[in-house]
Design a protein around this ligand. Structure first.
Ligand SMILES: Nc1ncnc2c1ncn2[C@@H]1O[C@H](COP(=O)(O)OP(=O)(O)OP(=O)(O)O)[C@@H](O)[C@H]1O
Ligand SMILES: [Mg+2]
Length: 467
């Protein structure tokens, strides 16, 4: 279950871009063009976070704030104000808004702010609202294969010694983040923050300040002092995701914190001591990275204290059906669809597939199939093309409708699926040709890096982190 964000703005373009961007980060977004529709919905269904434009066609956002407070005084609200209209922003904060964005803002800023709200709510111990959702989607680690049983034992051991650094290795989509959260939740640090940062998403000074914080004036944009994730995670767990891609300049700094458990804010002169457990994760070949001089050996040895290897799904095929059923069960409820199981041919296909995207791919395809299915059993036609017999290619043998280069003549053809599968194949091929380098692949595909990340996520090809 995703965190529900409600967007209220009368400009279609703004609603659309916010929705697009936030959904690609895994939130569920519902949008409204006026105050009345929003309030009616909010009264009835509620929401987790509200993004509210101050200038609405039928009311002032300032008044809407009062209505929101009557319905749910705890819901975090971010108001969107015109550039430079500090006065309104201040009024809004007085009426209970948590934060404000002045237009025009960039999407990265919005994402960061939302992340911050979720994390501070967790920090403040207002767990109820989010823990149920965050906790639910993360609480269950499925799998009865012997490798999974051993993994569970290792998770329990890691949870026991709550100062030990843990390194989680495994292909994309094998559940590294899920396992990291399990370790945290089973450890003595459970009531404390779990903070994740993606080492690959930001670089240089930005990441340094994200990790260690900065003092006011440390660099041009540093208008205020800011705490880094090491400070925010104090007493809790810090999850360093995609550690294999960490900027070389930061590796030495990270090493120092790992050794001494103290660091300095960017531009700061005093050491700050923290008590954090580090869990690092990567799908990269760290040995190769060391050989090629991209990863410091001393850092690797510091991280490689207690290492968990997550098996790819194709190495535990006996878990495929069990997981598929469990995912079907939750999506069926979420979408209120009367789908009760899988047709036999579907089972055969699911069992024979290799799952390069591992559990994430399986989960995504079950979600999609649940949505598409119109009968009470998932039929092969609701599965993506590449599972049903290779990617849709124009074959040289003109014997059947598909082979004739006219796949739309095949039974069960659906344009959206077809376009989706072509899109997925092209993105996957270009990523492979570019050696997994997103910047390069984005250029080849004519996409922004953000749009590429969205594509990768949409097709279960990588990248779940969203930071
Ligand atoms: N054993 C499992 N049981 C249930 N769900 C799982 C399991 N493993 C993974 N998942 C689900 O699959 C998805 C991907 O998992 P996760 O984000 O933890 O993968 P990851 O290894 O961190 O991938 P990446 O390297 O791409 O970041 C999530 O939705 C997660 O809940
Ligand atoms: Mg991950």
């Amino acid at each position: 279950m995703a965190i529900d964000i409600l967007v209220v703005d009368d400009e279609d373009m703004i609603r659309w871009t916010l929705k697009e961007s936030l959904e690609s980060e895994g939130y569920r977004v519902t949008d409204f063009g006026n105050a009345r529709d929003f309030l009616r919905f909010f009264q009835e269904k509620g929401g987790d976070i509200v993004l509210l434009d101050i200038r609405l066609p039928d009311a002032s956002g300032l008044d809407v704030l009062l209505d929101i407070a009557k319905i749910d005084p705890d819901v975090p609200v971010v108001v969107m104000t015109a550039y430079g209209d500090v006065e309104t922003a201040v009024k809004a904060m007085k009426r209970g808004a948590n934060d404000y964005l002045s237009k025009p803002y960039n999407l990265a800023e919005v994402n960061l702010l939302i992340k911050k709200i979720v994390q501070t709510s967790l920090l403040k111990g207002q767990l109820g609202r989010f823990l149920e959702k965050v906790g639910n989607s993360y609480s269950q680690l499925l799998g009865e294969n012997v490798k999974m049983k051993i993994l569970r034992e290792h998770i329990a051991m890691a949870a026991q010694s709550d100062r030990t650094t843990v390194l989680i290795r495994g292909e994309s989509g094998t559940g590294k983040e899920l396992v990291a959260r399990q370790i945290h939740l089973q450890s003595a640090r459970a009531g404390q923050p779990f903070i994740d940062v993606n080492a690959a998403a930001v670089t240089g000074t930005l990441l340094e300040s994200e990790l260690f914080g900065h003092e006011k004036g440390a660099f041009t944009d540093a208008q205020r002092q800011k705490k880094g994730v090491f400070e925010l995670a104090d007493k809790g767990t810090l999850f360093l995701d995609e550690i294999g891609d960490l900027d070389p300049n930061l590796q030495a700094k990270l090493l120092r914190v790992l050794q001494e458990r103290r660091f300095r804010r960017v531009g700061g002169s005093a050491d700050i001591a923290v008590d954090v457990r580090i869990i690092a994760a990567t799908n990269a070949d760290l040995e190769k990275a060391m050989e090629e001089g991209r990863l410091r050996r001393d850092l690797f040895y510091r991280l490689n204290v207690f290492t968990l290897f997550l098996p790819p799904l194709r190495e535990r095929k006996d878990d495929i059906l069990l997981m598929a059923r469990s995912f079907l069960d939750s999506f069926r409820q979420e979408f209120s669809k009367p789908v009760s199981g899988f047709a036999q041919e579907t089972v055969d296909i699911l069992l024979n597939y290799q799952y390069p995207g591992n559990v994430r791919e399986l989960k995504n395809l079950i979600e999609r199939a649940t949505l598409l299915e119109t009968t009470n059993k998932i039929r092969p036609s609701s599965l993506p093309e590449e599972l049903r017999g290779g990617a849709p290619q124009v074959s040289l043998l003109p014997s059947g409708p598909a082979e004739s280069g006219k796949p739309w003549l095949t039974a069960g053809f659906n344009l959206k699926d077809y376009v989706d599968s072509v899109e997925k194949r092209v993105v996957a091929e270009v990523m492979a040709e570019c050696g997994g380098k997103k910047n390069k692949a984005a250029t080849v595909l004519g996409l922004t890096r953000f749009a590429l990340r969205h594509q990768l996520k949409k097709h279960g090809l990588e990248d779940d982190s969203g930071s």
